[in-house]
Design a protein around this ligand. Structure first.
Ligand code: GLN
Length: 749
């Protein structure tokens, strides 16, 4: 190593010694950060320590896959250097190598280095790590919407990973071909590639998730069709327009069987002569995503020369990292603690909660820096699946407990706010959840870290102290009548005032729910429907999908959500065909409409994206332009003052486009109190145009602004001849979420 690198390594060692021995804390990334400050090229200097190295990236499963892979590789005594603790940025990887560099040097044989490097890497940090480490393999697990306030849009993450691979042309990409977003990267890079995935024989009858992050062909942007879907956008897909399809699998899981304590699966290699294959193994965890993790780890381990005969031994010995499907006993209660930080991850654990007929679960959502400040995505989680379970007790915790409680309320799942894991354990005990029942504790990133720390401090065996529950929510869960009260559409009784709507209920039409639904925008539809149903207003929800004729004549409230630039492009041709229908609905019939972000932009004349231009419907007087640099986005919490409702409108924005209103249009937000709004310069946010509310607010916007939901409902009712003011709803949870959110806003004017 150079003098500079040696000095950086020494400084990192001193820092680690100080933190661990003197302060008795875990080192975290600090030693690596110090080393990088002193020598930004230290990773490049250390790369020759390895005979081979592998980097694991992707949205979900990085830690589990990396740890399994490291265990597999080390099973025959090979020296494996890894960042097991999950510090997955450049500093975490550099720190892990620095800490273990002596071991790597000691493993050197006469023919050169013998150690193997095995590192988990954050998706965006592949751009920093790959050009320096030049790993033998990059394992790409999946790409789902996650922390979009940090990543922008998924296209950007794809660009970063493809760029990283281009900077290390000899790296072989081992990728999940079931994910069209990963396959699209494999298609565009020149690196050697190896595909893994699920064969048709292993695909069961999975209920598809609400959200899919890839619906369009990576080659021609036409809609993809699926032979089968595993979850999210994972499955066997094909583009009927240009023929692009899931690449052939070099390694495929050909069968999966659920056992009482996990899953048995068979992994086959296309290369029939490969030793150790087909390989049948058992993993002591439920959930198909665990099979994906195991498949990725076993595939990479095989390619790196690990002995297939040892796989089962590795899986049996596998100890999950903290908070990754971790089974614990605390205060005499069985707990299963799991990290879930995005809709797809949450949906997986919800499926397990359903499948195991759990009786209690506690969800914790934090919005700290490492989590992302935007939590709108909780509306993309299919919590509605839990509403179908009777007798389930649910707790909501974390720094955004109140928002979570509102989300659960609109899913038909009453919950109680808790401030800690211990409070959930105690409350579950006093709500009659037995010691034999598993309490699921699920949190996003920092929430899980905090929960694990808290649970470490609690005793294993003590009987919990009962506490009195202040809200009736615990009891509500077991009571059928209570469920009916929370139920959404069509099950309540019609209030006398709205009897004339019985023949034709108030109709909410959701435009392109599949394509334009970012940051939980679909939640707006559920919120409108619920607020009607709770008042005894007969209501129904319809959808307008691709390929369908737009008849908006029977519609009372139209809703269109946001979308990534790519999704907007894909929907735009469709929407243009309905230009006249939308124009008539808005400008002639003066129908109520809510248009969010990408949907709002599409109603204007144009959306300019550098050299490209998306033609809009031109039914309202706005123009949108993306900043010259596509990563220059307006992201963060927003509050605006508005004329049409009394309270400030609160929400979250994340957009590259800047929108400007024509002089004769009126903004929704007349002055921006915090955040940026339409364009960050004129102090306006959104638009009010007859019955249309167009806005950049996600959240979803109506979750925190029930007055805005009621403005739309009242507008729609007036068009149906009902002028009487709407009956007030209690909105206690919403008020709690607003209070909690307001504290987060930067200093308010
Ligand atoms: N793609 C659009 C933009 O970035 C809209 C984004 C969104 O709907 N959140 O401006």
């Amino acid at each position: 190593m150079s003098v500079r690198s040696t000095a950086a390594a020494t400084a990192a060692s001193i820092a680690r010694f100080g933190i661990q021995r003197v302060l008795h804390r875990r080192g975290g990334s600090i030693p690596g950060i110090i080393a990088l400050r002193l020598d930004p090229g230290i990773l490049r200097e250390m790369a020759p320590l390895f005979a081979a190295s592998v980097v694991v990236t992707g949205t979900n499963g990085k830690t589990t896959t990396t740890n399994l892979l490291a265990d597999c590789l080390a099973a025959d005594g090979t020296c494996v250097i890894t960042n097991r603790a999950g510090n997955n940025m450049e500093a975490g990887i550099a720190g892990a190598i620095l800490e273990d560099r002596r071991r790597a040097r000691a493993a050197r044989g006469a023919s050169g280095p013998a150690a193997i490097g095995c590192f988990e890497c954050d998706e965006l940090y592949t751009a920093r790590v790959l050009p320096k480490l030049k790993p033998t393999y990059l394992v790409l697990l999946n790409l789902f919407r996650d922390q979009l306030d940090r990543y922008g849009e998924i296209d950007h993450t794809q660009d970063v990973i493809a760029g990283a691979l281009a900077s290390s042309p000899a790296t072989t990409l081992i990728y999940n071909a079931d994910d069209p977003l990963c396959a699209a990267i494999a298609r565009r890079v020149e690196n050697p590639t190896i595909a893994f995935g699920f064969a048709a024989t292993a695909a069961g009858d999975e209920e598809p998730d609400k959200v899919s992050d890839s619906r369009f062909c990576a080659v021609c942007n036409a809609p993809l069709t699926y032979e089968y879907v595993l979850y999210g956008q994972l499955g066997s897909y094909r583009c009927p327009t240009c023929g692009w399809q899931r690449p052939d699998l070099a390694f495929a899981v050909t069968s999966v069987e659920t056992t009482e304590d996990g899953q048995r699966f068979t992994l086959e290699a296309r290369d029939a002569a490969r030793a150790g294959f087909p390989c049948t193994a058992h993993i002591a965890y439920h959930g198909l995503y665990m099979v994906y993790n195991a498949m990725a780890a076993l595939t990479a381990a095989t390619l790196m020369g690990a002995d297939g005969a040892r796989f089962q031994q590795t899986l049996d010995r596998y100890q999950p990292a903290r908070g990754r499907m971790q089974k614990l006993t605390v205060k005499g209660r069985k707990l299963l603690v799991n990290l879930a930080k995005n809709p797809v991850g949450f949906d997986r654990i919800i499926q397990i909660i359903q499948a195991t007929e759990a009786r209690a679960c506690a969800f914790y959502i934090n919005d700290k820096d490492a989590d992302g400040h935007d939590i709108s995505w909780i509306y993309d989680v299919d919590f509605e699946r839990l509403a179908r379970m009777r007798g389930l007790t649910v707790y909501a915790g974390g720094t955004r407990a109140e928002d979570l409680q509102v989300r659960l309320k609109y899913a038909g799942v009453p919950s109680t706010v808790v401030r800690s894991a211990e409070e959930a354990i105690n409350r579950a005990a006093s709500a009659g959840i037995g010691a034999a029942d598993t309490l699921y504790i699920v949190g996003n990133y920092t929430a899980t870290l905090e929960l694990c720390d808290e649970l470490d401090r609690l005793p294993a065996g003590e009987t919990p102290q009962g506490v009195r529950t202040h809200a009736a929510a615990d009891a509500l869960c077991a009571d059928d009548a209570a469920w009916a009260r929370w139920s959404l559409v069509g099950r309540g009784t019609i209030a006398p005032l709205y009897r004339e709507l019985a023949a034709r209920p108030l109709t909410i039409c959701h435009l392109y729910p599949q394509e334009l639904n970012l940051y939980g925008d679909t939640g707006n539809v559920a919120i409108l429907a619920a607020r009607c149903a709770w008042r005894g207003i007969p209501v129904r929800v319809t959808t307008l999908n691709r390929g369908e004729a737009a008849d908006l004549s029977g519609v009372d409230i139209a809703v269109i959500g946001g979308g990534a630039d790519r999704d907007q492009l894909a929907v735009q041709h469709e929407l243009m065909r309905h230009r006249e229908a939308v124009d008539r609905y808005l400008n002639h019939d003066k129908g109520a409409m809510l248009a969010i972000c990408g949907g709002y932009q599409l109603l204007g004349r144009h959306y300019f994206l550098g050299d490209e231009k998306i033609e809009g419907l031109g039914v309202i007087g706005i123009e949108t332009r993306r900043a010259d640099n596509p990563t220059d986005r307006l992201i963060g919490n927003v509050a605006v003052r508005a004329d049409i409702v009394d309270a400030d409108i609160l929400g979250f924005e994340n957009h590259g486009g800047r929108t400007y209103l024509d002089a004769d249009e009126a903004p929704l937000g007349t002055s921006v109190v915090a955040g940026t709004g339409n364009n960050g310069t004129d102090g306006y946010e959104g638009i009010v145009h007859h019955g249309l509310v167009g806005t950049y607010f996600h959240g979803p916007v109506l979750s925190k602004n029930p007055a805005l939901a009621d403005w739309l409902i009242a507008w729609a009712l007036r068009r149906r001849g009902i002028e009487k003011p709407l009956e007030a709803l209690t909105d206690t949870e919403e008020a709690g979420a607003r209070r909690a959110f307001e504290k987060k806003l930067p200093h308010r004017a």
